[in-house]
Design a protein around this ligand. Sequence first.
Ligand code: NAP
Length: 330
Amino acid sequence: MGGTGFIGREIALAVAQAGHPVTVFHRGHTLGDLPATVDRVLGDRRHLSQHADQLRAAEPRVVIDVIAYTESDAVTCVDVFGGVAERLVVISSQDVYRAYERFLGVGNGTLEAVPYTEEAALRDHLYPYRDRVTGGNSWITDYDKILVERAAMSDERLATTVLRLPMVYGPGDRQQRLAPYVHRMSDERDAIPLEAGHADWRWTRGYVTNVAQAVALVCGDDRAAGRVYNVGESDALSEAEWVTAVGRAAGWSGRVVPIERSQWPAERQLPYDWSQDLVADTTRLRDELGYTEQIDRDEALRRTVEWQRDQDRHADPSEEYGAEDRCLEG
Ligand SMILES: NC(=O)c1ccc[n+]([C@@H]2O[C@H](COP(=O)([O-])OP(=O)(O)OC[C@H]3O[C@@H](n4cnc5c(N)ncnc54)[C@H](OP(=O)(O)O)[C@@H]3O)[C@@H](O)[C@H]2O)c1
């Protein structure tokens, strides 16, 4: 389900490379560069039941739902494949943890312990982005991976695995999360300033190909049925360490400079509580299924930086350089 986008395409490739026949279901807007052996069923998942016969005819043993964002997405998926497939693998997110809402500034401000295992407390509040969208029509309004996981786990006919993903980086990242840093490095900035709290803040990340390998591993191992796994690199770099690693991959010789919040431009302060790290414990996936990353971080970043440099500059950061220089001098 959704096997042609940033993460989904890599999953389809990894599963196909493991020797399994693959069918992807998508609308046909994002083609993905997939081998001719991968079959496609075209359709909109908002009307999934209309495509049920075609999807069931593919006789999937494992269904990988990459794009279940709402409870209703998961319910329809279970309805279509329950009693047809043996297993369901659902791509979830580490935003299910209570630590995430603390990071968003929700709650009483008590920090959650990290690293969080799969047994850690989940958010106390549903729909984490509902208050952050305007207009009310976006799917983001009903987005909640807690409800997705619950619905996906609810059907006894399907043995479900939940994979909680970290921040995923790599070529094809539609959010282009490395862009602000890579642009500054390409512009040969001597220093990249970060708000001090942000510089120290730790976040679990994962390279897209390694994440896809984890999904393929889970699909091929029935011990994963009924289990929940965190996915991500075993060490969570601080943002300053991360930018330094990106710099190494980019051949940049500048410095990352933490700037006290009081000196940081007000218009660039982000609404996050940087004292809440978002660090996942990924031991379960490694110990139970023998998962290890195939591509190390330096190589992963080298590939990502190379791709990022080929992208159009959607947001030119140069107009921020004057304010940054004043911070750095101050
Ligand atoms: N990126 C991260 O850091 C991160 C972190 C945690 C979790 N995740 C999870 O990773 C998943 C995102 O995967 P991705 O990056 O591969 O997504 P993506 O790049 O947005 O790709 C979306 C895929 O779904 C298809 N699609 C979109 N809307 C559709 C619809 N209405 N009906 C049928 N197909 C549709 C697209 O193909 P068409 O356009 O052809 O339809 C494409 O194959 C989400 O579950 C997200 O929560 C991501």
